[in-house]
Design a protein around this ligand. Sequence first.
Ligand SMILES: [Mn+2]
Length: 318
Amino acid sequence: MTHYDVFNGDADGICALQQLRLAEPVKSYLITGVKRDIQLLERVYAQQDDHVTVLDISLDKNRKGLEILLNKSINVMYFDHHFAGEIPEHPRFKSYIDTTADICTSLLVDQYLEGKHRLWAIVGAFGDNFDDRARRVAESLALNEEQLLSLRELGVLINYNGYGMSLDELHFHPEKLYRELHPFESPFDFIVQSESFKTLRDGYQDDMARADALKPEIETDKQAVYILPAEKWASRVSGVFGNKLASETPQRAHAMLTKLDDGGFRVSVRAPLATREGADELCRRFKTGGGRKAAAGINALPEKEYTHFVEQFKEVFA
Ligand SMILES: [Mn+2]
């Protein structure tokens, strides 16, 4: 019997798996990719009675792959907080899916494990920009502010590592990063001992300094739109830059449009943190869009749809 762990390559996906495999160690094949690469289930070549664990990728986007696995009598356990659509019923299928606006996959795993590796759940929640939730969950551990900020920094850095058009733009393949942090039961030890942490911190500071120098295309009380160039640093930083802007101006919605080499944009939308709603609804109006209520994106927005996008953005976040 073989195990497959299929997980989003961002902080939430990695920290969800970290908690699960610290609590329930099994040898497994790992399947992951850049944060945007969410159609992962079709890459699982499992056999009857194998086990597949899925973390932090939309069921709706993996429905076909899931059905194939279940039809082959493969056991699937699914933790997620993205738009799911209809959730299938099947004796081999166990799902822990909650798409309410203020929970992430790392916290769903924390609930499932009854807080067994909560420090990593907090890292994942910070990584997904759930600062309030992360702090509330952390209350049970009596951490000081400095420790909370360390966990937050780690979450932001792991999350930052997942962004990029392709794997070669990342500092680390998410699978490699997961393997590096997996031996650490405590994220605080990883922060102090790991070279990878320093690499991510330096990379983040460089990329963010460039993003901070950008001027918005549109800036009102309610909305801001930024255009980023077709460069590696920009695709790495766009998502975390959006999270940072959202935290600084919680009443405002933000859209980051990163130019694509072959024309058009990759779009990252952050709903106002004050409401955490509307981002998925907006992005699903476009062909390659998807995501969750607070944070969503469009993989390829054609250049000629730019004006249309801005209109819709303004309408949704009026
Ligand atoms: Mn997530």
